[in-house]
Design a protein around this ligand. Structure first.
Ligand SMILES: Cc1ncc(COP(=O)(O)O)c(C=O)c1O
Ligand SMILES: [Zn+2]
Length: 428
């Protein structure tokens, strides 16, 4: 297993001197130096195990498994560790990780829409997938003696990611600090407290650009905390577990290619992990073709749309790959924090900045996708259609459908097209 820096292209292999490749230390002019985990491909003909636990079924594609096997802990140790942690998660949250259902939903006339339903998953969203992947890396590093103990954990979030982190930290019996904004929902705060998390409320400081919670979180990481987060910029390893969602989605859809996949984007790790996961399967011959990757943000905050428009302009004169290379090393030309305090009903995708923007831009540019901005009425309608289809998704959780509806309204989805969305989080 290696982690490759998206900005400087250096590859890092974890070992005693670098137990956990969270982020690259090259000058911060690139794609925030995200270390993308890569695993040597399995032999031809490989198929996932038929196991409901995604981190068991797809372990051959995970770096934490590759390290465990390569350094002598072995496959059985890895499977035992996943099952032990999963049982602890189930004891805290009522159920452990399970491959979630993907089913056709009748939400858009004339379009075959498939929805992957994450609303019943650990802590009510897809976020726990990212963090379980990180937890496995921490466990492997500890078991190999590369670290004496797992450092205290830290995360910045006001919602689903914080809840997922708190459930997993409790299950792993590790201390966690959560950096939250003053307007975090009281029920979320209560649940975080009941799970034993330490809470730090972060106020916006005059003259400080960017999310104060994220900035305080980075300070905690600089002081030695492990970034137990859902931003690849702070911890590239978080992109790995999120890929299980893409693996499952592709497996559920079978051999007939998907025309469109629409992902809702806040910090961007979710969509980036999906793009990475699909590419992995494509390379392995386990995906017939890449769908067009579209992203959705709100009028409240659309920094990815802004970045993508700039990238497309450059690609029109230089070509896609040179433009993407430029973007990977000139972040400031494309991505910067949204200037006004973001607002929308889809509160989970209001990040000031799309931290993990590069893979999403690459996914859209290479597949002819769009950076959609959904309006508030469409976001509300999407949530209602999800509920009518029997899925109690939040506005954020149904925002992918809002993006698909927006594309459809602009005649960008052909009749009979096959499209997929992820109902990524439950309404609380
Ligand atoms: C339910 C749900 N879906 C999607 C997202 C977007 O994920 P990301 O921030 O990784 O882009 C979030 C983020 O909070 C979320 O809570
Ligand atoms: Zn680098």
């Amino acid at each position: 297993m290696r982690s490759v820096c998206a900005a400087c292209d250096r590859a890092f292999a974890p070992g005693p001197d670098l137990p956990l490749p969270f982020a690259c230390a090259c000058p911060p002019n690139g794609y925030d130096r995200v270390l993308t985990p890569r695993v040597a491909p399995p032999p031809k003909g490989w198929r996932p195990d038929d196991d409901p636990q995604p981190f068991v079924a797809w372990r051959r594609l995970l770096g934490s498994h590759a390290l465990a096997v390569q350094h002598g802990l072995g496959d059985a140790w890895y499977v035992d560790t996943v099952r032990r942690l999963d049982a602890a998660v189930a004891a805290v949250d009522g159920a452990g990780f399970r491959q979630t259902p993907t089913a056709p939903v009748d939400v858009l006339p004339g379009v075959e829409v498939w929805a992957k339903d994450e609303t019943g998953h650990v802590a009510g969203s897809h976020k726990a997938r990212h963090l379980f992947g990180v937890l496995l890396h921490l466990e492997v590093a500890r078991a190999l003696g590369w670290i004496d103990a797992i450092p205290p954990l830290a995360i910045a979030s006001c919602g689903n990611a914080a809840l997922a982190a708190a459930v997993l930290a409790r299950a792993a019996e590790q201390p966690l600090t959560v950096f939250i904004p003053p307007d975090a929902h009281p029920s979320v705060v209560t649940r975080l407290e009941s799970l034993g998390a330490t809470i730090q409320v972060c106020h916006r400081q005059p003259g400080e650009a960017g999310d104060p919670c994220y900035l305080r979180f980075l300070e905690a990481v600089a002081a030695g905390a492990a970034p137990f987060c859902c931003q690849g910029t702070a911890n590239g390893l978080t992109l790995e577990g999120g890929q299980t969602l893409a693996f499952e989605l592709a497996a559920s859809l079978g051999d007939r290619p998907l025309d469109h996949l629409v992902v809702q984007v806040g910090g961007g790790a979710f969509g980036s992990a999906v793009v990475l996961g699909l590419r992995t399967l494509l390379d392995l011959g386990l995906l017939p073709a890449m769908p067009r990757i579209h992203t959705v943000q709100t009028h409240g905050a659309a920094p990815l749309k802004r970045a993508f428009e700039r990238l497309k302009a450059r690609a029109a004169t230089e070509g896609a790959e040179p433009a993407l290379r430029h973007a990977a090393t000139h972040k400031a030309d494309y991505m910067w924090p949204w200037e006004s305090a973001p607002q929308s009903v889809a509160t989970g995708i209001l990040d000031d900045e799309t931290y993990d923007w590069w893979w999403l831009c690459a996914g859209m540019l290479r597949t002819g996708g769009e950076a959609v901005v959904a309006d508030e009425d469409t976001l509300r309608a999407a949530r209602e259609r999800a509920h009518a289809a029997g899925v109690r998704a939040s506005h954020t959780g149904a925002a992918g459908l809002a993006g698909l509806m927006t594309l459809h309204a602009h005649d960008q989805v052909a009749p009979g097209a096959r499209a997929a969305v992820v109902f990524s989080g439950v309404e609380r």
